[in-house]
Design a protein around this ligand. Structure first.
Ligand code: F6P
Length: 549
């Protein structure tokens, strides 16, 4: 039965009509409501007082979670059941950060010892590279790393790298080292990634779960040619390593499988940052200690997800209000707004985690959903976003937002003579924006201020726009891991409630097939045979002919 047919869903639909009558301006002064809609865990405060909701809403959403069997589904995920039914796979990114001694069995085998073994291998290898024990072909220390990968084999590692690189301890640990990412098959990206690098001091990490992704493999061949041109073919053994589940193809590519770091089919690409996909480049750049702290942060949220009651469970509450805003209040977009420049790659990463997971049209049983699942996620750090798209968010469409802020900066600055520190200036905006969205500004207020009548409609803010506020102590390796797990689990919670498979991605396949047909055409047309363009519709054929001219 579709979740939309349950009494819990119907109760929420009816309740949404009631809630629409309330403005946040009237709800926010209620201190009891504010306390009730705030939850806290391990240094993270989640304030949901600015949701278009009453405490009754939260109760009804928890009823919906129960009707969807959320607790059982979360437990099935954590215990290795094959919940990715279309690929017959378990979904065990939580095993990647499991504590030593935890037992998680897939196909009769405890997977945790294998996870810990790869982590130990990464630690050993990254230590050897960082200390210079592992040298390049010319005997030089490898100070720079180029991580080649795309999608889940890129976005998560880059998000974490950016979050950590201005953390003082991480900055110290990575002094003199560089980490670059190469994702796009666009040759411009190759040129940017290699700019200023010396092959003799560069280690290349090819990251691909399948080791067949067209973009990654062409980029890997391109960078291999760059290495070989300057150092000779033998250098590949010292300068290229891999992260993959497909060790056979790693070897066929010319990388010694001894220098490959494995993971498993129960790790989805977009959930793989805690596997060797993220851990290897991050450990090479920062050393193992912050990597371990990052894993501990993610683990803290994993444990909380499974053990906390729903009304105190941060990722569950975030997921429930995601469903509320999307399915009951009709908001199809949402914004991720960290007031922290080091989180500039959080939104791009969560875009993949969430949109590739929940951008689905059918339920687990293949029936077409009677509602739209998945939101359009986008975001930008504050205050930059304020000077970009906040106009639309305040006076145009309603976009539920997540504001993420920190009590302390990674890089505190106070200019002599300025009234507040630079971080306090940033946070003044952080605290102001959610209330500006919630309260808005009325005609009466504008009239009182003496605004000319003709300008009043232009200066009016309707308000009543929902947001979550997340306040943490400081962006550290641990809190980076917590944020990652919060958002991974928010996605899973929403998918479980909607009754979809959040762990497959068939929607990316069609474009790949068509690109193959175009590739064959381009090769044929550019070759000796000068094959004429054939097999495309007239519009595409005309474009291809123009491109080939
Ligand atoms: O975009 C489709 C996808 O399959 C993603 O799910 C995945 O993260 C990405 O391609 C890269 O895949 P791989 O790690 O196998 O190269």
């Amino acid at each position: 039965m579709s979740i939309a047919a349950t009494p819990a869903w119907k109760a929420l639909s009816a309740h949404a009509e009631e809630v629409r009558k309330h403005h946040l301006r009237d709800l926010l002064p209620d201190a009891k409501r504010a306390t009730a809609l705030t939850a806290e865990f391990d240094g993270i405060v989640l304030d949901q007082a600015r949701q278009n909701a009453t405490t009754k809403t939260r109760g009804l959403l928890i009823d919906l979670a129960k009707a969807a069997g959320l607790k059982e589904r979360l437990a099935a995920m954590a215990s290795g059941h094959k919940i990715n039914t279309t690929e017959n796979r378990a979904v065990l990114h939580v095993a990647l950060r499991a504590a030593k001694g935890t037992k998680i069995v897939v196909d009769g085998q405890d997977v945790v010892p294998a996870v810990l073994k790869v982590q130990a291998d990464i630690k050993k290898f990254s230590d050897a590279v960082r200390t210079g024990k592992w040298k390049g072909a010319t005997g030089k220390k490898l100070t720079d790393v180029v991580a080649i990968g795309i999608g889940g084999s890129y976005l998560g590692p880059e998000f974490v790298y950016e979050a950590l690189r201005t953390d003082p301890a991480c900055a110290k640990a990575s002094a003199g080292r560089r980490l670059r990412f190469l994702a796009n098959v666009d040759p411009i990206d190759v040129s940017r990634a290699l700019e200023g690098l010396n092959p003799a001091t560069t280690l290349v990490v090819v990251i691909s779960k399948t080791f067949t992704t067209a973009e990654t493999m062409l980029n890997a061949r391109t960078v291999r040619a760059w290495l070989v041109k300057s150092l000779g073919a033998k250098a590949v053994a010292k300068h290229m390593v891999a992260v993959s589940t497909n060790l056979k193809d790693v070897e066929a590519f010319g990388i010694d499988p001894k220098n490959a770091f494995g993971f498993w089919d129960w790790v989805g690409g977009r959930y793989s940052v805690c596997s060797a996909v993220g851990l290897l480049p991050l450990a090479l750049q920062f050393g193992w200690k912050p990597v371990d702290q990052f894993l501990a942060g993610a683990r803290s949220i994993d444990d909380h997800l499974q053990s906390a009651p729903f009304e105190k469970n941060l990722p569950v509450l975030m997921g429930l209000f995601g469903v509320w805003n999307s399915s009951f209040l009709g908001h199809s977009t949402r914004a991720l707004l960290p007031y922290c420049q080091a989180l500039l790659k959080l939104a791009p990463h969560i875009q993949q985690v969430d949109m590739e997971s929940n951008g689905k049209r059918v339920a687990l049983d293949g029936s077409v959903l009677p509602f739209e699942a998945g939101e359009i996620d986008f975001g930008e750090p504050g205050t930059n976003g304020q000077h970009s798209f906040y106009q639309l968010v305040h006076q145009g469409r309603v976009v539920p937002a997540d504001f993420i802020g920190f009590r302390q900066s990674q890089q505190p600055v106070k200019v002599k003579g300025d009234v507040v520190s630079n971080h306090d200036e940033l946070m003044s905006n952080f605290f102001a924006q959610p209330d500006a969205l919630a309260y808005g500004k009325t005609t009466a207020e504008l009239t009182k201020e003496g605004v000319p009548t003709a300008l009043i409609p232009h200066k009016e803010f309707p308000g009543n726009r929902p947001s979550n506020v997340l306040l943490l102590e400081k962006l550290t390796p641990k809190t980076t891991g917590q944020l990652l797990a919060l958002y991974e689990h928010r996605t899973a919670v929403q998918g479980f409630i909607w009754g979809i498979n959040s762990f497959d991605q068939w929607g990316v396949e069609l474009g790949k097939v068509l690109a193959k047909q175009v590739r064959t055409q381009l090769a044929g047309s550019r070759g000796k045979a000068k094959a004429p363009v054939a097999g495309f519709n007239p519009a595409t054929a005309a474009l291809l002919e123009r491109y080939l001219k």
